[in-house]
Design a protein around this ligand. Structure first.
Ligand code: IPM
Ligand code: MN
Length: 370
């Protein structure tokens, strides 16, 4: 199989983890006989510096011409004081909108070997397997107006929570379709006791549910959901929610199973290309130190193999390699295990590649770190 992949490494550790994912994909290509062609585009802070905008048209074109997009992370202190429209994050929001990526899938599942890295007790997190489906193109992130105002001597500000019902419907429908293939339960999260938008969300969920008689629908208020996620995370399977709630809850869900550095995501549109990115940010504090955990990015590449290219066996090879390396004690500092020496980003990548290629020589070298 031949595929064109646009790579947007972005800022901070984005560059380091994107390089890792590319190497892993090359190993997959080698083992399974596929050709992946990588082209690079700028986004975020690097692009503000070089192009004067967080997302140049050139990058948008590159993405639209590709079969899938891999994105590292954007942002950093260097650009924090720029006005809102010029921040690196604007580049990310713009690419989501340009590619019409309306649903962001964020799976969290329990890794027995990482039980000690979770802030929660093993009894609570054992068996957790949650698929967060976050609306990605609407809500507070994109509503207009969004601005500061001066009314006489009064300073005010407005952000707008705007949704079209069809935008709610398509993402909720996708959540139900995914739930049909999992444990047939959808938890729809909202704030219907306060927000009108949430009341429409809830109604829409009820309407969509009629088309999926086998799937159970439950509604949960977002504040309660945040609590339940910690108290009894196993009760969740597919969780669907609007953009801002999904942003917050998915960070919370990610630490259940160990680290933000482990969680991949896939952003889906109606016609593709889809975009794959780790849910973590650019982590400027550890940039360039070769200690970032590349697993979230590597698992995002696995999601790409499965969802965009239909390469199930290849995706599993990557996921199993990650599991095996973790079980063998390969740990970056964010998931450090007692009595084990931490591995660097590049060492972690080498171990995963070697496991995919089943390359004894490299594995033996890496064994020295276990
Ligand atoms: C995420 C990030 C982004 C978001 C930021 C960087 C704009 O936190 O992908 O979750 O809020 O969507
Ligand atoms: Mn976030």
């Amino acid at each position: 199989m031949k595929k064109r992949i646009a790579v947007l490494p972005g800022d901070g550790v984005g560059k380091e983890v994107a390089r890792g994912a590319i190497e892993v994909l090359q190993a997959v290509g080698e083992r399974f006989g596929h050709q992946f062609y990588f082209s690079y585009g700028r986004i975020g802070g690097v692009s503000i510096d070089q192009d004067g905008t967080p997302l140049p048209d050139e990058t948008i074109e590159l993405c639209k011409d590709s079969d899938a997009v891999l994105l590292g992370a954007v942002g950093g202190p260097k650009w924090d004081s720029l006005p809102g429209h010029l921040r690196p994050e604007k580049g990310l929001l713009k690419i989501r909108k340009e590619l019409n990526l309306y649903a962001n899938l964020r799976p969290t599942s329990y890794y027995p070997s990482l039980a000690d890295s979770s802030p929660l007790r093993k009894e609570i997190i054992e068996g957790v397997d949650i698929l967060m489906v976050r609306e990605l193109c609407g809500g507070l992130y994109f509503g207009k107006p969004s601005e500061r105002r001066q009314q006489g001597d009064k300073e005010t500000v407005v952000d707008t929570l705007y949704y079209e019902k069809t935008e709610m419907e398509r993402v909720i429908r996708l959540a139900f379709e995914l739930a049909e293939k999992r444990s047939k339960k959808v938890t729809s999260v909202d704030k219907a006791n306060v927000l009108e938008s949430s009341r429409m969300w809830r109604e829409t969920a009820e309407e969509v549910a009629k088309d999926f008689p086998e799937v159970a629908l439950e509604h949960m208020l977002v504040d309660n959901a945040a609590m339940q996620m910690i108290k009894n995370p196993r009760q969740f399977d597919v969780v669907v929610t609007e953009n801002m709630f999904g942003d917050i809850l998915s960070d919370e869900a990610s630490v259940l199973t160990g680290s933000l550095g482990m969680l991949p995501s896939a952003s889906i549109s109606t016609d593709g290309p889809y975009l794959y990115e780790p849910i973590h940010g650019s982590a400027p504090d550890i940039e360039g130190k070769n200690i970032a955990n590349p697993i979230a990015m590597i698992l995002s590449a696995a999601m790409m193999l499965r969802i965009s290219f239909g390469l199930e066996q290849e995706a599993e090879a990557v996921e199993n390699a990650v599991k095996e390396v973790l079980e063998g004690g390969g740990r970056t500092s964010d998931i450090a295990a007692k009595g084990k020496k931490n591995v660097s980003t590049t060492e972690m990548v080498e171990e995963i590649k070697a496991t995919i290629l089943d390359n004894e020589a490299i594995l033996n070298i890496m064994g020295a770190y276990a």
